[in-house]
Every structure is written in C-alpha cells, then in structure tokens.
Design a protein around this ligand. Sequence first.
Ligand code: AHR
Length: 620
Amino acid sequence: ATLNINQEDRKPISDKLIGVFFEDINYAADGGLYAELIQNRDFEYTSKDKKEWNSLTAWTSKGSVRVETANPLHDNNKHYALLGSGQTLINEGFNGIAIQTGEKYDFSVFVKASSASLFSVRLIDAAGKSLSNELVLSATSRSAANGWKKIEKVLTATATVPDARLEIKAVKVASDEQLAVDMVSLFPQKTFRNRKNGLRKDLAQMIADIKPRFVRFPGGCVAHGNGMDNIYNWKHTIGKLEERKPDFNLWGYHQTKGLGYFEYFQYCEDIGAEPLPVLAAGVPCQNSAHNHATGLAGQQGGIPMEHMDEYVQDVLDLIEWATGDKSTVWGRKRAEAGHPKPFHLKYLGIGNEDLISTAFKERFDMIYKAVKTQYPEITVIGTVGPFYEGSDYEFGWDFASKLEVPMVDEHYYVAPTWMINNQRYYDKYDRNKPKVYLGEYATWGNTLYNALSEALHLCNVERNADIVSMTSYAPLLAKEGFTQWNPDLIYFNNTDVNPTINYEVQKLFGNYSGEEYIASDLTVDNPSAEIQKRIVQSVVRNKENGNLIVKLVNLLPVETTVELSNLKIQGSVIKRTVLRGNPSDKKAVPVSDRWVPNEDKIILPAYSFVVLELIPPFAT
Ligand code: AHR
C-alpha cells in the first residue's frame, strides 16, 4: 500500500473529539466510582430498587434490629435503624469491603439517644475477628439539633482482605431506650485527589488516563428515567449527603446520589474535562421498543404542561448553579458546598434517545428556547432519537435542524462489519446542519477485532471532525458480576480495574489527538474492495507542538507494508505505538518505542493499530 500525505491540504477539526460517557449502569456509581464502602448506608433501599430489597439489605444483625421512620434525619432520608443494648449491625459492603493493612478509613455516622449510650465500631472478617482498631463512642445527643448527632472517626485496617465487614454494636443503651443509627459511612482516605466524599482512585485515574476532553453524565436511560418520578433531578443530588434524595436506578439497583452533580463537576475540573450534564427533555424513557432497561411498554407523554415552567426553571437553575457567582441563589449553594468559583459549563445535553414524539418536541422546544435566550453562550446538545438498523434518525434530524440546535447526540451499537462498511458515513453529512456528538457507540464485543474496528471508525470520524465535534464510547464502567450491559469499556471489581482493548483504543485516540486534519490517501495494491477497506489511515497535526500523528489500522490477517510517497521518515526518531494480537484476543496492550526507520516505509503487523508521532521538521 502507499500512503500519500498532503501537508498543504488541511482543515481545522474539533479539539473535543474524545470524551467519556459516564452512566450509572453496571454499578458504575454506588459500589463503583463513588468510593463509599458501605452499601445501603442510609437504610433507604426498597423493593422499588429490586424486588427482594428492603431497608436492611446488605445488613445483618444480632438481635432483632428495628427500622423506624419517626423524626428522621431528613424527610428525604426517612429510614434508620434502632439498636437495643447488646445488639449488633453488620454491613457487608458491596459484596465485601476491600481494605488494606495500614490504610486509614474515614468512618461517620448519625446517632440519636437521649440517655448515656455507648456503641463500638470496627472492621471484622466473616468469623467476627477484628480487622481494625475498635472505636468506642458515646451516642448521647441531647443537645444536637433534631436529636441527631454526627460522629466522624478514623479506622485503621490491620489486614488486607477483599471482604471485610463493618460492625456497629450498641454496647450500653438504657433499658427503656434504643440507639438510632443512620448514614453509616466508610471511605478510604486515599480517594482520587484525596477529596472527601470522593471517587475511587484507581478507577478515576483510569478514566483520566484517556485524557477525555469532556465527561457526559449521569446517563443515558438514567438521565430521563423510567417514568416521570424517576426523571433524574439534579437538585436532589447536591447539598448535604443526608439530605439528598435517593431513588431507584432503572438498571435494577439503587442510587444514593452521593455521587451527585457537585462531585461530577469537581471530577471534570480535576481532570481538565468539560462537564456535559444531560437533563431529560421533560419526557421520561418513553420509547417502548427501545427501553433496554425495563423492557416495559412505552408511556407516552411527559411532564404535564402546567408543570413545564417549573421544569424549565430547574434547567436554568443548573446553569446558574454551575456558572453563577455567590450573589446568585444557586451560585451561592455551590459556593457553600465548597466551590466558591464557578465551574466551567459550556455544554448542556437535553434529552436522551427520546422518541421524537409530539410530547418530546413541545417540551424540548420550551427548554431549548429558554436556555438559548437566557444563556446564549451554552451549547445545547439535542437528541435525534434511537437508532435502528436501517433508520437514519430522519425525524430527529429534521426537528433539530429546523430549530437550529447547535449539536445533536447520535447513538449506535453495531457489529464491526457496520463500521467497516460505513466508512463514508459522515462524509455525506450536511456541513450546514447541527454538529454531531456521537454520544454512545460501540461494536458488540471486547475482542481485538472489535477494538480495531472502533479504531478504524475513529479514523473515519477524525476525517469528519469538522462536523463530528465529540465522541464517547458507551458504556464506560462495569462491575464484574453486576453488569446489565455488555460490552463495556472498563471492568472492575472491589480491588482491581481491568481495562479492555477497546479502552486502549480510546486512550490512544485521546492521547494522540490533533486539531488539524491533514489530507491523505491510501492506495492498496489489491483490486479487492473487501481488502481495501480493511486498511485505514488518519493523519492529524497537534497544533501545540506541531507533531504529526499518523494512525494506521490493519484489519487484515497479514502483515502489510505501507510506503510513504511524499514524506521522508528515514533516519527520523519516531515515537511508534503498536497494538496487535489475534482477532479474538481479549487482552492486548499497546507497546511504544523510539523507532528510527531506515526506509520510507512502515510495516503494519496483521490485525494491528499503529500510531506514529513525528516531530517536525518534516522532509517531503
Ligand atoms: O449505554 C447504555 C444505554 O444505551 C443508555 O442508557 C441509553 O442511552 C442507550 O440506549
């Protein structure tokens, strides 16, 4: 094959092309990225989360512990446990609490008891043996507001195990009384950037290593919810943890909202990514044929029109919360939560894969116009609905184009052959229409072949990154043994993080990006179209350092030599990264070296993705 790079023919492309989409699916939030180690810390699990769940799920007790709701800590957090003298509550964490010897863990709890009471706290194993120091604490709280008192202490682990438990024992409680316990929490002190109420360090770092330019959150289906009451309400996710409003997760578990909008924005800031919150377009997941999560028949309609003004105001309030100063109502709430300076907010998603029904259109129109009028600097990203094999999002595109929405969100989950056979997919897109955010895509699998077909697709997307502004693979995270959706990008359990080959592809594109697309063509010396479309290239320039990035994907079972027709690389020092293996491999990591070619050619191994970083000056 021959690669011809025309350095004079270039166009600016998006500098936000590679991002991530975090959805609370597969236990991505509670039990996942959110570093809380106690499951059902607030006793708010219900059968709405999962049929067999209740307030004491994940807890076992010695003695019959009662759950009460009178005079709760907060109306959003009604349930708490009552322990009589000698009674014990044990939390199993999310299938075990992983601890490491010598590490410190921040323990906190709300308790209430009117007479002198003592309780103890420690980490234990299945047999009850201590795995930490033991805290003996006084619960007497006569003076505290509402009777509840918050206690914060540190536990130090004395063993490294994946399956510790947390034990709380009522050591001394008056015979006519019971000790009330709520919001039992345990966090490793080492969280990402050591933030309180923080994120799991290894997972947060693995995501950051992609160098995502943006993070879309919190869904997906989770954003528009299963039914009106389940529409994700960002206001329920900020402020004191004990006052946040938990809800069922339509993927079949529970959302504490401990990982809420403040934490999402903070994480984006920490990793230098643009936050991209997605709010429902006033309609829940109503697309019966497409509701992966519930399989339920569709519920047409949306928030009643008489409540839409209120909903539109919630959307506007989010922008004020993120960007307003301390003198604004919502800006002040953000400042009081610990972030006096505004967060960055440039993008706002409205809607997720919604059926482009009348109910949707009316509500989207109201929200979009209000945001555009009040915050013209915000780029609203609309949705063009669900993708079906053979559909072309016609209704969504028509609607968004007429409204002149600046960008729309497309989703597709496809077979590798779709990517191989649709290489000109975006070339035909009208450059005068809304820009594209490819908010969810993946091929159905985590093999090298899948990952290479995604690399091939991203090469074609780079060529079209004047119209495709952003992309994010989906879903991002999946807890092993707790997945509702496969494939995913990063698998994890309580102790380990297992990135896929698809992740390696995302990371290579994130780390070797450019803001200028350089025209190139690749001539394959074989008449077969099937062979020709399995070798693909993309060339971009990183404007900051002037480096030229050449990406080449070889989906053929044979090694292929690519001659360079008008770029001299012989004798240059090139950073070369190669991802290769057998097509069915589920593990492969890229290998980088400094390569000094002795000819103007590159050899692509069979089934490989090769990235070359060339440092100027370039001889032509
Ligand atoms: O990524 C999984 C799901 O796929 C998302 O929640 C939804 O938007 C899409 O249908």
